[in-house]
Ligand binder design. Structure first.
Ligand code: UD1
Length: 428
């Protein structure tokens, strides 16, 4: 297990390149199950959850090459050939750390008619059931039993049938799961109140290049005509908007001048708007976002998380780190997950003034933070603590960074290259 030692107070300068999006790569890897032909994905970020997904596909009998070495050089690719899939199962050992393992359920049911999938784990940021996935798939004719913590799923004789699905809550992986099931189902599926997250659209685009018929991309109603066969495809994973937001906030906090290169600018609109409101000096040229220190102090602004195109819950903890040193009081309201304020107690250890009131955190900006030993509790909370430690006076230590490594592609390395004093060492 590693820990990070961070000496606060260094401004950041230079360029950081945004990696591929974890939340697009995960459903895209699961989509390989839908075809007997190879799926080649480019711009695959190097992070723990994708290695877990690779192991899972490999366990099922697929031929999986992640990050191939070509001419001695590591390539950010995944080559996935699921034609030899024998075991449509996702065991607890492999999926206990990763909620996205549920994404194999829809493809397995559609392609193999059965699946056994351990109920997912992942970040401890709330109850996070998959009841909406199961309800929608059962509308398509699937049946489910629960045995020893596993969901045992079966498609009806003749395969899944198209259905009218209306999600009562917007669910990102739920939408992806049902979309992947529907592309090989008989007839038409309409998904209403579908998630519009850019990662859903990226997955849909790859499915379309495999031969799927999907209409309504980027809207909250997806119309899918099932087909009998999907081919292989090559697809480049979109850049990670959460990683980009994290790097932008790091630069806004630390000061200096940095450029975040290859950012999905359109997908970041809600975050960029709030950063501009709080006085962060941002300029955008093509896919490059440049952040430069300004003489003016940051202003407190309120943020409420909501499904895309609203402010992403995955950037809430990092934005809160920024607000801890802004002038005034900001109210940060979390509407997606009921337990996503675990970073608050750790930020307080750095001297942040934050009061929790139900689903809101009231952050009173302070003039300075001071270093402390910190413990990461979930993926985005880890990032938030690292960002705050970049401006805290003295040396902070962030323990349990395995949470960070699940979802970020070498964030500490990217920050170090920008000039942050951040060192990774073995913890115990
Ligand atoms: C995805 C993202 C995650 C992000 C989240 C919200 C991936 C791999 N993960 O997670 O990074 O934080 O979207 O943008 O893409 N819910 C139910 N029943 C269900 C499904 C969801 O009650 O069957 C609830 C959840 O508990 C939560 C809300 O719906 O309160 C939204 O969750 P959802 O969009 O499904 O999150 P994930 O897809 O797990």
């Amino acid at each position: 297990m590693d820990k990070l030692i961070i000496e606060g107070g260094s401004p950041l300068f230079g360029e950081a390149l945004v990696s591929g999006a974890k939340n697009a790569a995960l459903p895209l890897m699961a989509a390989s199950i839908l075809s007997d032909e190879p799926l080649k994905l480019d711009n695959i970020p190097k992070l723990g959850d994708l290695i877990t997904m690779g192991r899972l596909l490999d366990y099922m009998g697929g031929k999986v090459t992640l990050y191939p070495q070509i001419d001695g050089q590591l390539h950010e690719q995944a080559h996935l050939d699921m034609s030899s899939l024998k075991l449509p199962e996702a065991p607890h050992e492999l999926v206990k750390t990763m909620r996205a393992s549920a994404l194999v359920l829809g493809p397995l049911l559609a392609r193999h008619g059965r699946a056994r999938v351990s109920l997912p784990g992942g970040c401890a940021i709330g109850v996070r059931p998959i009841d909406l996935h199961l309800k929608a798939l059962s509308q398509m004719g699937a049946t489910f039993d629960l045995s020893q913590g596993d969901v045992i799923a079966r498609a009806p004789v003749g395969g899944l049938k198209g259905a009218k699905i209306n999600f009562e809550t917007v669910t990102v992986t739920g939408t992806e799961n049902v979309m992947m099931a529907a592309v090989l189902a008989k007839g038409r599926t309409i998904i209403s109140n579908a998630a519009r997250e850019p990662e859903v659209t990226d997955t849909a685009k790859a499915l379309i290049s495999m031969g799927a018929k999907i209409k309504g991309l980027e809207t909250d109603e997806l119309i899918i005509e099932g087909t009998e066969y999907l081919s292989g495809a090559n697809h480049t994973v979109m850049p990670d908007r959460v990683e980009a937001a994290t790097l932008i906030i790091a630069c806004a906090l630390a000061g200096g001048r940095c450029s975040i290169v290859g950012a999905p600018v359109g997908a970041l609109a809600a975050v960029i708007d709030k950063l501009i409101d709080s006085g962060v000096n941002i300029s955008i040229l093509g896919q490059t976002i440049t952040i430069e220190s300004s003489q003016e102090p940051l202003k407190a602004v309120n943020v409420t998380t909501s499904p895309y195109p609203g402010f992403p819950t995955d950037a809430q903890a990092q934005f809160m780190a920024l607000m801890t040193v802004a002038r005034g009081a900001s109210i940060i309201t979390e509407t997606i997950f009921e337990n996503r304020f675990m970073h608050v107690s750790e930020l307080r250890r750095l001297g942040a003034d934050i009061a929790l009131e139900g689903r809101s955190a009231v952050v009173n900006g302070v003039l300075k933070l001071s270093a402390a030993p910190l413990t990461a509790s979930d993926l985005r909370a880890s990032a938030s603590l690292i960002l705050a430690a970049l401006v805290a006076r003295g040396q902070s230590v962030v323990h349990r960074v395995y949470h960070l490594d699940r979802g970020y592609d070498r964030l500490d390395e990217k920050l170090r290259r920008l000039g942050a004093k951040i060192e990774r060492v073995k913890d115990r």
